[in-house]
Design a binder for this molecule. Sequence first.
Ligand SMILES: *[C@@H]1O[C@H](CO)[C@@H](O)[C@H](O)[C@H]1NC(C)=O
Ligand SMILES: *[C@@H]1O[C@H](CO)[C@@H](O)[C@H](O)[C@H]1NC(C)=O
Ligand SMILES: *[C@@H]1O[C@H](CO)[C@@H](O)[C@H](O)[C@H]1NC(C)=O
Ligand SMILES: *[C@@H]1O[C@H](CO)[C@@H](O)[C@H](O)[C@H]1NC(C)=O
Ligand SMILES: *[C@@H]1O[C@H](CO)[C@@H](O)[C@H](O)[C@H]1NC(C)=O
Ligand SMILES: *[C@@H]1O[C@H](CO)[C@@H](O)[C@H](O)[C@H]1NC(C)=O
Ligand SMILES: *[C@@H]1O[C@H](CO)[C@@H](O)[C@H](O)[C@H]1NC(C)=O
Length: 559
Amino acid sequence: SSDLRLKVHCFFFLCVAVQSIETVTALYGETIVIPCNNGAPPPRDLMFTKWKYEKDDGTPGDLLIKQVQKSEAMVQATDDYAQRVSIAANSSLLISHGSLKDQRIFTCMVVSASNLLEFPVNVSVQKQPSPPEIMDKAKVLNKDKLTMVGTCVVKDANPTAEVTWTKNALPLAADGKAVVVIRSVRVDPATGLSTTSSTLQYTATKNDINANFTCKSTHLLAVQETTPESFSIHYPSEKVSLQILPRQPLMEGDNVTLKCHADGNPPPSSFFFHIMGQKLLVENSDTYTLTAVSRASTGEYKCSLVDNEEMEDSQSIVVNYLDLSLTPTGMVVKTVGDTLVVEPQMDASGDPKVSWTKDGKVTKAPAFGPLTYADAGVYVCEVTMTGFTRRQSFELVVEGGPVITGLTKHRADDGKHKVLICEAEGVPEPSFQWSINGTDEEISYHNGKATHKITVTPRANLSVSCIVTNKLGEDFKTINVSSADVSHAVCPAGSQEDAQDQATLIVGVVVGLLIAAGLVGLIYWLYMRNSRQGSWKTGEKEVGTSEESKKLEENNHNV
Ligand SMILES: *[C@@H]1O[C@H](CO)[C@@H](O)[C@H](O)[C@H]1NC(C)=O
Ligand SMILES: *[C@@H]1O[C@H](CO)[C@@H](O)[C@H](O)[C@H]1NC(C)=O
Ligand SMILES: *[C@@H]1O[C@H](CO)[C@@H](O)[C@H](O)[C@H]1NC(C)=O
Ligand SMILES: *[C@@H]1O[C@H](CO)[C@@H](O)[C@H](O)[C@H]1NC(C)=O
Ligand SMILES: *[C@@H]1O[C@H](CO)[C@@H](O)[C@H](O)[C@H]1NC(C)=O
Ligand SMILES: *[C@@H]1O[C@H](CO)[C@@H](O)[C@H](O)[C@H]1NC(C)=O
Ligand SMILES: *[C@@H]1O[C@H](CO)[C@@H](O)[C@H](O)[C@H]1NC(C)=O
């Protein structure tokens, strides 16, 4: 009869339960906790609590029973549940290692002295899938070509996870043409968990360079996403360009590099270079170097793709040239009075500018008359065109036998010696010889002009010779030096005039006085005449008398 009551109750309860059956959600692999009567406290006259379940065929199966008097529950189950069930103090049923097979209805039976209540609970077990993973990932994507990007796999979920793809964080919608997504779900027969796979095929454009692709798994328990993935996009070249390095203008002798660039990805590794009508294959490089180009290298150069020769570019190369030949060059030795013709010859692709320097100073183009010592020097001819420069030079040496240009004497500062100065011109540097022994020799030689200075003490009236010599000849000059000037001289130092001997001096003084007297007379006469005529011309007086007045002055000094 207890069975009948139970059925009635059961039937009655099920009628109610159809509308409001409790569902408990548990996690796969963990302990399922199924509360009895929503955790409500049991009746005071509780005798026992019993848990049972609904088998796959709909028949009930016993799990356990817990009597109030006994501390331990009695496990009634004989199947797999025997090891896994237990009861909590609050009457909840605990099932360890929850799996999808536990998704069924468990019923808590509360039996008291006065009543028997049943509380069925629907159990649902969920499992979060493993993080999404992209398999068979593409290495590159091809522009305008449907390419498999990869297969995203989301493993072991319950319920089944949704797998979607995103590009730059936006969902990628399959259109069956440019974007094709093939989805499949496989359920593990042992666990009942489902694995979702999604294969993406994608037609890339150039805009997809650096685009971030992700695979996203959406599940009740979690939304998971792969780390963004970028793919390099391959596309053919649409433009080829040829570059000439260095930039023009080019000069003969330059090394010129032709650099071919194609805008495809990956860039081509080989090119054809068309050099002087010849097609050359260059592999694993995009450059071709012409070493030391010449004017003959001027022309059109081309490069093209090996796999598509119509993709090409060409550039003209103009090689400038600037030749300078100078006659003469090097060391040129000429004799004074010779002539020298200087001829710079130029051959240039443009209009060169010519400039000259002599001994480092700017000068005009040398055009020599009879050569002089002053013409000697280092001449540099420089021609310049579009930043390029050529330089040639010669060194002109003008030689000549020595010629004495001056032989002078003057009294030394101490008044006791005489200083003799012999000046000569000549190249190479002449050597000096004197017919008298001197001291305090001083020599200078500059620009072909030599000066030799000696100090002597003449013991007698002497005729002193200066002799100059170089490999081209010699010259000499003589000067009279009197001993008297030195020993009796009382003149102030620094007088440039050679002192006259005493006899000449006396004669000079007498003559001077006579001339002075005559002059006074003349002036008086002129004055008288002019005052009578009423005109006076100072110019007339000075002309012809300056010589005399000068001598007079000197003599006054000497006395
Ligand atoms: C009953 O006890 C179990 C185990 O101690 C606990 O997990 C559960 O939350 C409790 N239920 C209620 C409704 O208190
Ligand atoms: C039990 O729960 C599952 C999943 O929530 C549901 O599909 C099923 O219909 C429920 N069963 C009953 C009898 O309510
Ligand atoms: C892709 O992601 C990287 C870093 O993850 C970011 O720097 C880049 O801007 C993203 N590209 C695009 C097109 O959003
Ligand atoms: C040109 O290249 C050669 C070797 O390739 C080198 O020896 C020479 O110095 C280069 N000339 C110039 C002007 O750079
Ligand atoms: C010059 O001096 C040298 C010795 O110092 C002597 O031999 C020579 O005779 C002298 N010559 C003259 C011209 O006095
Ligand atoms: C030098 O010559 C002068 C005349 O010019 C003469 O008077 C003098 O006596 C001479 N002296 C000697 C030492 O010969
Ligand atoms: C030097 O003296 C001699 C005689 O002693 C004379 O013949 C000659 O002309 C004089 N030379 C000069 C340059 O005065």
